[in-house]
Design a protein around this ligand. Sequence first.
Ligand code: AMP
Ligand code: MG
Length: 342
Amino acid sequence: METEMKSVDNLVDNEETYEHAVDILKSGGLVAFPTETVYGLGAIATDEQAVKKIFEAKGRPADNPLIVHIGNQSEVGKYAAEVPEVAERLMKAFWPGPLTLVMEMKPGVIANTVTAGMHTLAIRMPDHPVALALLQKLQLPVAAPSANRSGKPSPTEAEHVYHDLFGKIPLILDGGATGIGVESTVLDVTVTPPVILRPGGISKEQLEELIGTVQLAAKPEDQATTPRAPGMKYTHYAPEAPLFVIEPDAAKLESALKSIHQQGKRVAIIGPDELHTTNADWYFSTGAMHNHEAMAANLYKAIRQCDATEADMILAIETDLSGIGAAVMNRLDKASNGKRFS
Ligand code: AMP
Ligand code: MG
């Protein structure tokens, strides 16, 4: 299959491109498109066969459900059996935006493949002009996970999608780099208090300011039963070389570099501007120290840049857990499989 990449910036009339995308989706095909978090790989969520193609193209395990994207808040009632009052308040405050709500699903509407056979539905309204234009023209719900090969970092640029899914999907809408750079927060509102199944673009602090206490889901290995966000059990975002998390301390970094080099290994570092060191074989900066937004925006690209080097290992400099820092560290925890350099 040939993969077409079409730019959809504000400078040109994109009507034809959108029509093309809508045609592909309506005939059961896949389209990759930018959202404010990462690029998504979409199929019409009511079309069982189309949704299957997402799992095939990504190599995604069938028991890892997908998020349904809608173009208008008012559509929620078509797919959710029950919209709790707390969900109403959250949608009003954070939609369109990087907050996915897990609610009881109306039976018989959304394809079973989307929810991996569960009775709950994860749904959000993305805050990106291209995603919204596409959804609003389509007037149908779109199931869309991140548009990467399963296990790889999510794509934050159209080029990343092309790299991973070239030859497997017909169309990529190129809307430039995504803004937030980590995925949406997944919040289960079927329980009281609501539970964060995956930290993301909307922080725990932001949620609690609006609705009071929210809980963090236990790590999958600590859960007695099947994880509630089934995706949590899979390793995500894994780079080619082993990745270790390290403290933001210049002296510790230099001594780590020394010992790694003594073993004859080459190392790539992902870290803030302030800790840049010429002793690293490669240094990919994620912006100013303590700027969590910049780190979120640049993290996946930096991991991909590490993959393009010949590094034997990667050191990623950690940040604190406030705001979107929690989502960044959650992804680094997965990318490192819990490994720390010490
Ligand atoms: P991705 O699309 O790769 O960003 O991952 C979507 C995330 O949402 C995964 O962690 C899924 O496990 C989670 N998710 C999707 N649908 C549901 C659902 N019905 N209940 C709980 N978690 C869900
Ligand atoms: Mg993903």
